[in-house]
Design a protein around this ligand. Structure first.
Ligand SMILES: *Cc1c(COP(=O)(O)O)cnc(C)c1O
Length: 389
């Protein structure tokens, strides 16, 4: 019997030999710019907590109050016993933020994408996705049963060629892209993608996971910041800048009505917990009323850019609070991450198979101080110089 599982050990050994082995890191404190790792205070440069809201007392209080009022669990799927006034309020709040007719919350951003893509297209249809899209856009595409083609990263010529060659052979076509790419931190050319979509009669799904709360003068995301007005499908998460857990889709009332009837990952899963729902509502209220948090985040990015330039360290992109730095092969990147950790900085190495090339991936928080960012840049410079031959 045990023989049937022997392949798992072999597989793990292969993963280790390739330097691909990963394991989670215990964070033993409240979310924030400073956390406790291995009994030690460490500066966090790896979280998606862009506005510092995951540790905000107002979100904590809202979550506690929701637990007191509604209990800990939603008790069932939204269509059966798990639909709460809080869900309605959150969906209205998201629609207001995104300036769409309606919105629908899922239990995670991953589930929002998988369920939405699989509901929108099927066997007779085509999906064209950016090759650097997040895992959930790719797996949603596979699940849909549609023909799936990747186009080169933000490569409009490639996307245009593929549309010209393929579009007419399919019933519906869906173009999918991250708005801020999660591992490189660069931005998708959304305006140009929308123009191609109009020309070839395609739907567009934009994943605003890293843009919501961060881009636009109201924090509504990159679609809003670019002033895009055509119909499209906006997906995102409640678990990054919003500091909670869950995902959403925002769009027309008909789209949302359709998803409530067809998105399996919404229909057949338990409604979002009262605590997570209330925390997300509180977060969007803060995003609406405290633009200074967003401004501070962008100021922190300006400071980091300046420091990296002075240290001659080149980032893949500096258009978002995700700053990825290529410093060498996998072993070198791991060594630099280890040196940073030694100095009390958590800025991990991200490597294949997650990304094609290894890099140190930094993410900024609005609540990082100037001194903390200066310290990061100084240690990074030292670590990079130490690994040079
Ligand atoms: C994090 C992320 C998701 C998943 O969101 P969760 O709510 O954490 O499941 C989806 N898309 C992108 C681009 C992401 O970065």
């Amino acid at each position: 019997m045990a023989e049937a599982y022997a392949w798992i050990e072999q597989s793990l050994n292969t993963i280790r030999r390739a330097n691909w082995y990963r394991s989670p890191q215990l964070i033993a404190s409240k979310a924030g710019a400073e956390v406790i790792i291995n009994d030690r205070s460490v500066l966090m440069f790896a979280s998606n907590n862009y506005l510092g809201l995951a540790g905000d007392q107002r979100l904590i209080d809202a979550a506690i109050a929701a637990c007191q009022a509604y209990g800990t669990g939603a008790t069932g799927s939204r269509l059966v016993s798990g639909h709460l006034p809080l869900h309605q309020e959150l969906e209205q709040t998201i629609a207001n933020l995104k300036q769409t007719e309606a919105a629908l919350v899922f239990s995670s951003g991953y589930l929002a994408n998988i369920g939405t893509i699989a509901a929108l297209v099927g066997k007779r249809d085509l999906i064209l996705g950016d090759v650097y899209n997040h895992s959930c856009l790719k797996n949603g595409a596979i699940l849909s049963g549609a023909t799936v083609l990747d186009y080169g990263h933000s490569d409009l010529a490639d996307l245009g060629n593929k549309l010209a060659q393929q579009r007419s052979q399919f019933r519906r076509c869906l173009i999918t892209t991250d708005s801020v790419f999660s591992m490189d931190g660069d931005l998708a050319p959304l305006t140009e993608i929308m123009a191609l979509a109009e020309k070839y009669d395609c739907m567009v799904l934009v994943d605003e996971a890293h843009a919501t709360g961060v881009f636009g003068d109201r924090g509504a995301g990159l679609v809003n910041a670019l002033g895009i007005k055509q119909p499209l499908i906006q997906v995102g998460t409640l678990s990054k800048a919003l500091g909670s857990l869950g995902g959403y889709v925002a769009g027309s009332a008909q789209l949302i009505d359709f998803l409530r009837n067809r998105a399996a990952s919404w229909i057949y899963t338990t409604g979002l917990s009262p605590a997570d729902t209330a925390a997300a509502i509180a977060a969007i209220k803060i995003i609406n009323t405290e633009p200074e948090r967003r401004h501070q985040l962008w100021q922190n990015l300006e400071l980091l850019k300046k420091q990296l330039a002075q240290a001659n360290i080149i980032a893949i992109a500096t258009e978002s609070p995700i700053v990825a730095i290529e410093v060498g092969d996998i072993a070198t990147t791991l060594a630099i991450a280890a040196q940073l950790k030694e100095k009390g900085l958590f800025a991990p190495a991200i490597r294949p198979p997650t990304v094609p090339t290894p890099r140190i991936r930094l993410t900024l928080i609005a609540t990082h101080t100037e001194a903390q960012i200066n310290h990061l840049a100084g240690c990074l410079k030292q670590a990079v110089e130490k690994t040079k031959p």
